[in-house]
Ligand binder design. Sequence first.
Ligand SMILES: Cc1cc2nc3c(=O)[nH]c(=O)nc-3n(C[C@H](O)[C@H](O)[C@H](O)COP(=O)(O)O)c2cc1C
Ligand SMILES: Nc1ncnc2c1ncn2[C@@H]1O[C@H](COP(=O)(O)OP(=O)(O)O)[C@@H](O)[C@H]1O
Ligand SMILES: [Mg+2]
Length: 219
Amino acid sequence: MRPDKPRDPVAGPDAGPEPPYPVRLSGPVIKGFGRGSKDLGIPTANIPADDLTENHPDLTSGVYYGVVALDPKTLAHENGSINGDEKSSSATILPAVLSIGYNPFYKNTVRSVEIHIMPPLTQPSPTAVAQPTFNRLPDFYGTQLNLLILGYIRPEYDYVSLEALIEDIRIDCEVARQSLLRKAYQQYIVDDGNVSDNVNEDRKWLTTFDSGSANISGI
Ligand SMILES: Cc1cc2nc3c(=O)[nH]c(=O)nc-3n(C[C@H](O)[C@H](O)[C@H](O)COP(=O)(O)O)c2cc1C
Ligand SMILES: Nc1ncnc2c1ncn2[C@@H]1O[C@H](COP(=O)(O)OP(=O)(O)O)[C@@H](O)[C@H]1O
Ligand SMILES: [Mg+2]
């Protein structure tokens, strides 16, 4: 059960991700149990756990923050707005908060990787208030998703109620946002012209999809 104590406003070192982060995960967006939107009002894009199992077997279950990009080639035409300009073929890097594990509140028997994509950091946060609204985009099932995990927030817990789970995820969104707003993390989203080779490589990886070339556009 969740410990009854206040949450830290940020997670991870201010100087930037420390090993094993950044962790790269990819996969097509698949169907989950259909609870994210329906029960919680918080959509999560689920990707298969295979990449995690094969390439990062030691990554513990829990809640993490990071950045994502969606393949513009496989986004349905009407969903072009996710990547900004409808006609654009470039992928936008967006902030994200995610859960890896068995969702103890629901007692799942299979491990899931679920990503909630947040609005650009330049927009006001819809979860900074007691009555939050969570970011909702047009559905993008089947789209290839690249995820760069930049830090760990907390373990997964069971909760006394659905409301308590939703409130903790609301706080996760705020912790992720505040963590990503730090200079060393923001450069994964926006190229300020001063990024290191490593960050540049990660940004390139994020926005490159199978046959495509790197197309980076900031937010
Ligand atoms: C940031 C974040 C934190 C979460 N933390 C927990 C948690 O501590 N315990 C839990 O049981 N589920 C947690 N979840 C998972 C939700 O229960 C999950 O999103 C929901 O069951 C939807 O699943 P679905 O995609 O299969 O529909 C979290 C989800 C997110 C996005
Ligand atoms: N902000 C968002 N973050 C993640 N997925 C979103 C978002 N907005 C809309 N979606 C869509 O909603 C779907 C997830 O909804 P959810 O209720 O969790 O269903 P499922 O159980 O199938 O994962 C995603 O696969 C995606 O197509
Ligand atoms: Mg989901």
